[in-house]
Design a protein around this ligand. Structure first.
Ligand SMILES: NC(=O)c1ccc[n+]([C@@H]2O[C@H](COP(=O)([O-])OP(=O)(O)OC[C@H]3O[C@@H](n4cnc5c(N)ncnc54)[C@H](OP(=O)(O)O)[C@@H]3O)[C@@H](O)[C@H]2O)c1
Length: 216
């Protein structure tokens, strides 16, 4: 069966990716900061391996890459992110630096996989929409993520990897708030459909959970 690594799977969108891929028989490698308190992750039925990972921790990233040494990943999803309650340094580190540190370390595993796909969760709040610069710190961090993605994606594509960034919608998680209009199920099933159908021609794009193009 295919395999997927989900970075930031303790709750919200990442947890739902882990639950649904495991339910479909995929081998799931799921990361959580609180490996001693896996919560809902521990209740998933299926072939799930858990790893402790704070995405700011270089040693833990290296340990994850080591644990996956020799294995192939069909798909790598980076979902971990922060919106509020942290200082600027942590916001940039988690939202803009970590995706590239993690993907960089796991790239050999993706290259060994048959699927060779990467999806990184960004946000519409990181979009310039034709000129401006996002004003919130969160928007700035996701804008930086988007810029870095566009810079590095051709090098990943040269390795036959298809990668995209997603706006998952305004989703009813802790981050999105429970009044948000898009359910976790709707967002994750939408992104899963897009990931499943995407080909190399889609690489380098900023997509919504519905598969439509999002302006940068
Ligand atoms: N929900 C929305 O409306 C929305 C909209 C646009 C974009 N997004 C993006 O979608 C992604 C998932 O969001 P969500 O709604 O699922 O958020 P969430 O429910 O708040 O979950 C955030 C996840 O990120 C993890 N995380 C945060 N800091 C971390 C760190 N330093 N190391 C490792 N993991 C860390 C959290 O782990 P802990 O449990 O350990 O804190 C949790 O698993 C994020 O990148 C977010 O920016 C969400």
């Amino acid at each position: 069966m295919p395999s997927v690594a989900i970075i930031g799977a303790s709750r919200g969108i990442g947890l739902s990716f882990a639950e649904t891929y495991a339910a479909d028989g995929w081998k799931v490698h799921a990361t959580t900061r609180a490996i001693d308190r896996p919560g809902d992750l521990a209740d998933i039925t299926g072939d799930v391996s858990l790893y402790g990972l704070d995405v700011r921790n270089a040693d833990q990233i290296a340990a994850l890459a080591q644990a996956l040494d020799g294995r192939g990943l069909d798909l790598l999803i980076h979902s971990a992110g922060v919106l509020r309650g942290v200082e600027r340094e942590e916001m940039i580190a988690v939202n803009a630096d970590a995706p590239f540190n993690v993907v960089g370390a796991l790239l050999p595993a993706v290259e060994r996989g048959a699927g060779k796909k990467i999806a990184i969760l960004t946000s519409q709040m990181g979009a310039r929409h034709g000129g401006g610069t996002p004003t919130s710190l969160y928007g700035e961090s996701k804008c930086l993520l988007n810029d870095r993605f566009r810079e590095i994606e051709p090098a990943w594509r040269a390795k036959d990897i298809t990668s995209v960034v997603f706006h998952p919608g305004w989703v009813a998680t802790n981050m999105g708030g429970h009044g948000a209009p898009v359910s976790v199920t709707e967002s994750v099933s939408g992104m899963r459909r897009v990931i499943n159908e995407m080909t190399q021609d889609d690489s380098g794009h900023f997509l919504t959970w519905k598969g439509t193009e999002h302006p940068w």
